[in-house]
Design a binder for this molecule. Structure first.
Ligand SMILES: O=C(O)COP(=O)(O)O
Ligand SMILES: [Mg+2]
Length: 230
């Protein structure tokens, strides 16, 4: 059997709703993929520790890419950090001098700044680009992230691919928002769940009708016949 690697988003993908509750059918289906011998790795804008703990308790590969690609956790004391949080904080101050923004109450971040979705991202992008601040902003539909330039879910997941010798053609990405698009482009097969914006669906190789966790179950059922190919 050809081992595939599922790179799976969390919020809006393996959850039941915006509240973050895990869709047990989706988790069960992903755990079954792991049982078949495939890799299943969470790639999220959440902290890498949240993703790591979910991977442990969820029975997936005990690796997690968090902070929108800025931090990869391989174990309790093994964290790889990509990006410079100081630069992101400077950008926050620059944005805040012109726009009212609120930091989202999330678990501590090592490499990025996370904001509530209470402002127009494009307005903030104009501010940081005009000042050439070396950051990128992205909206996961759950939060707005300020990461160092060049840091996104693809760069974070590439660290895992290099460490594990995973080929792009063997990666299957599943996600729901703009922050998953870099991962889609990196993957041999990418799947957008039904609640994804049409621009996200267009960036994926396929999309399903069902939303979030139900969409993950639908997607895995759809591609199951191809997974047994060598
Ligand atoms: O943006 C976040 O913090 C979480 O969102 P994600 O799991 O969909 O990447
Ligand atoms: Mg998401």
């Amino acid at each position: 059997m050809r081992r595939r690697t599922f790179a799976v988003d969390i919020d809006g993908t393996i959850t039941e709703n915006g509240g973050g509750r895990i869709h047990l059918g989706a988790l069960n289906a992903l755990r079954y993929m792991k049982k078949l011998g495939h890799n299943v790795i969470l790639v999220s804008g959440r902290s890498s520790v949240e993703g790591y703990l979910l991977s442990v308790f969820g029975g997936l590969n005990t690796i997690a890419v968090g902070e929108n690609g800025g931090c990869i956790t391989y174990g309790a004391n093994e964290h790889i950090m990509l990006g410079n949080k100081e630069t992101c904080i400077e950008a926050l101050h620059a944005i805040r001098s012109e726009i009212n923004v609120v930091e989202k109450p999330v678990f501590p971040r090592m490499t990025e700044v996370v904001l509530e979705r209470t402002f127009d991202v494009d307005d903030a992008v104009k501010i940081v680009n005009a000042r050439k601040m070396g950051v990128v902003l992205s909206d996961s539909q759950y939060a707005i992230h300020i990461n160092s330039t060049g840091i996104n879910k693809a760069t974070g997941f590439e660290h895992v691919m290099n460490k594990m010798g995973i080929r792009r053609e063997d990666v299957i990405a599943i996600g729901d928002s703009a922050t998953d698009v870099p991962l889609f482009k990196l993957s041999g097969l990418s799947i957008a769940v039904g609640n994804a914006h049409h621009t996200v669906k267009s960036a994926a190789s396929m999309h399903v009708e069902s939303h979030a966790g139900d969409g993950v179950v639908e997607a895995l059922n759809k591609i199951a016949p191809t997974l047994s190919e060598s």
